[in-house]
Design a protein. Structure first.
Ligand SMILES: Cc1ncc(COP(=O)(O)O)c(C=O)c1O
Length: 353
């Protein structure tokens, strides 16, 4: 029996995707080889890669101005690679301090250019998305579309006159996007569309400077990967294959609008219970609550522990909050089923306290 899995990433995937991924790992379509045992340059694999690129372009309606890249190193490496590619060392980059992943981003970008926070919600323990209007001469604005640990999410992206560079690791492929606002979007796969080991990067080629005084190592230069269709080096083939299975799944379900509808259904179930249940409370202001990571706590640390034990005894895994935050975090990405969320809510309605 599969557990009701609320891990924040790597995270649960639809069982049909896991089954197909498992079958392909053992014997890809009866060919007598695993999908992980063939060359990344063989037509079998390059056809899969082309299909993954085409599906991403289809989901977002991307024109040829956009490149779809598949890179190793996680979103963590993009926190350095994006500013390296998009700026001169003398440029300014604006950030919004939404929490943990904004801090990681500004720390990384500070080595590449002049990175600064425009606004912060630190004083209120990152319980909201600070509102900003002006970017004070920055070359671009970095946003974390969904703060995985803090449980906040942009439901409207800022109106500014520079491109947004977005870390969408915890909400990519979960809703349609106003693509005209973005210059670069990147996301590790292991939350919403696959397993760990691959990062999908969307680059609007118009935001890449024609010339830079910076010497970018070839392996970190977006131009290298655009020219080589992500095959400059040995691409992590199996994680790309699983991402393709997830893209097919998303497309078959009805695309990004359907993922968004399901996220609303799942998050409303949980947040309604948090708001109804006198033992529980949310930790984020209502309008900025994440529909991917619902964070909440009970009335005391002892009660948190009692509830955690009860949930775990009833087949829930991965729901403990991040250590610095405490409480609970129910991660409800694309792979999470409405049934598992309903099971969690039923348990919360019947806490033995
Ligand atoms: C919003 C966000 N950005 C970046 C990362 C880092 O991703 P990775 O560990 O794959 O580099 C994470 C990981 O949880 C994340 O949630």
């Amino acid at each position: 029996m599969r557990k009701h899995n609320f891990f924040p990433g790597p995270a649960t995937l639809p069982f049909e995707v896991i089954q197909e991924a498992a079958a392909g790992l053992v014997d890809y379509h009866g060919m007598g080889v695993s999908i992980a045992e063939i060359s990344h340059r063989s037509p079998i694999f390059t056809d899969l890669l082309d299909e993954a690129n085409a599906l991403v372009k289809k989901l977002y309606g991307l024109s040829d101005e956009w490149a779809v890249l598949w890179l190793p190193g996680g979103a963590s490496s993009q926190l350095t690679v994006a500013p390296m590619n998009l700026t001169e060392p003398s440029d300014k980059i604006a950030f919004v301090d939404t929490g943990f992943w904004a801090d990681r981003a500004i720390e990384a970008a500070s080595n590449e250019a002049n990175a600064f926070y425009l606004a912060s919600s630190k004083d209120t323990n990152h319980d909201r998305i600070p509102k900003i209007t002006d970017v004070q001469g920055a070359r671009y604005l970095h946003v974390v579309s969904n703060e995985t640990i803090d449980g906040t999410q942009y439901h409207q992206f800022p109106e500014v006159d520079v491109p947004l560079v977005a870390d969408m690791t915890s909400d990519f492929h979960s809703r349609p996007l106003p693509m005209e606002k973005f210059g670069v979007i990147f996301a590790s796969a292991q939350k919403n569309f696959g397993i760990a080991g691959i990062t999908c990067v969307l680059v609007n080629k118009n935001v890449l400077p024609d010339k830079s005084s910076r010497k970018i190592p070839k392996i970190f230069d977006y131009h290298t990967h655009i020219a080589e269709n992500s095959l400059y080096h040995t691409i992590p083939t199996y994680p790309v294959y699983v991402a393709l299975l997830m893209l097919r799944y998303i497309d078959k379900q009805g695309g990004l609008a359907e993922m968004q509808r399901l996220s609303q259904v799942k998050s409303s179930l949980i947040y309604s219970e948090i708001d109804r249940n006198p033992l529980l409370q949310g930790i984020v202001v209502t309008e900025d609550r994440s529909v991917m990571n619902a964070c909440f706590k009970s009335q005391s640390l002892e009660m948190d522990q009692q509830i955690l034990r009860f949930l775990e005894q009833n087949d829930i895994v991965g729901i403990k909050g991040f250590p610095t935050k405490g409480g609970f975090r129910a991660s409800i990405y694309n792979g999470q089923s409405v049934e598992s969320v309903a099971h969690l809510v039923e348990l919360l309605q019947n806490l033995p306290l």
